[in-house]
Design a protein. Sequence first.
Length: 470
Amino acid sequence: MEYEEIEQRLKKCVETPMKPIPDDVLAKETDRFNEKHAKSLEIFEKAKALIPGGVEHNLATNHPFPTAMDRARGYKLWDVDGNEYVDYLMCGAPIILGHHYDPLDDEIIKLIQEKGPATGLTSEYEILAAQKIVDHMPSVDMVRFLQSGTEADMAAIRIARAYTNKNKVIKISGSYHGWYDQFVYSLHVPGTAGLNSRGIPPQIFELLIDVPPNDFEALERAFDENKGEGDDGIAAVMVEPVGGESGVHPVHPDWNKRIRELCTANGALMVFDEVVTGFRLDMGGAQKYLGIDPDLTVLGKIITHGYPSSGAVAGKEEYMSLLGAGMGTKPYVGGTLAANPISTAACYHAIRLMEENDAVAKATAFADRLVKELNELFATREDLPFFLYNFGPIIHYVTTSFFKVDLAGPVPFEVITRKTTAEQYQMVANNEGVNSLAGTRMYTCMQHDDEALKHTLETWEYIMSLIPKG
């Protein structure tokens, strides 16, 4: 589906009155959820006394309460109550070979048994992993491993400021770049500004320029008004290459190209946040897929296929060579467990196995089928504006389009009521054994098959049957 059609259908969805599940039917589904997830509820009640909010995973489906998982294999999950799910969360995108993939796990188990998990010193796997990334990503000459995508975003901005001697950063509204102070601004929904910024001094954002997605005039104006050095100049533009929230806010076909041109013309660095798109959209990342070379690339959970302590900043030698180890005058980054043998071995072997299995192509082929067949199902109900679009094995399914509510419009509170309705649909999907990301997104792996497709279609056919026609 092309950009213009996606935007038109998103707009239509926001303008269409919501279709909530009737209260009596919803009550029965909620009772069914409570019965099917009794042990999860017990765990949640215990967690609330020990963990703030009772849940630590920002990708969890929390309505009416989060489910606790027991194990995973292939494209399936099983929770502590024994319920089985077709999984489309895929740990938030990094799982492409499939959960608990033996050829990868066997390598890590062997590493731990024979060598131990970490020494705090250099391992050969650092070089092997870095070389794999360099081999695939067109703009990358050097890699520095860190422990999360958030850390990698922090490092990228530090490099950009050190290289350019400028301090301002452009962030595209609605995009997510981790929970680093300066980026917790206009998260998820464009225009939310400091809504999620409690605990962050407001002066932190004096060096941040928030530009609405696909607003070419605002982007150009930001550069025109900030042509100086230090606090008066732009060091970098942070970019989610397929759009904010991995394409929830899809980019105009010329958007990345124009950012590239303006960065080059004004001596700013273009930073691609490829925490989701790297090695998922394409083995060469969005940069290869789109034909745009950023100056720096941020990688996160995607590079270790679900193994922890996962992140990296990568890019051209001209910029990456500013970094160094230990104390000194270079931009400082650190992390005792960064580049540990488990993480870097997982990176090396995961990429190797993805190459050998053509994993991205297989995950994409299934995503294309799922999008086509679900769209055909949704088209049987003209009163429902539901639809899907995908960027390779990154699928967005739209039911209430709460991310696109205009907060400056007459009914900004609809972002809440629309999100609540989407959560109701997701609860029913959960009852039927389909797990996805917060009622808006699905990621596929190379192991999703006909059985998964059939089960997903049947689940949505059931959800639609609960929504009155008209």
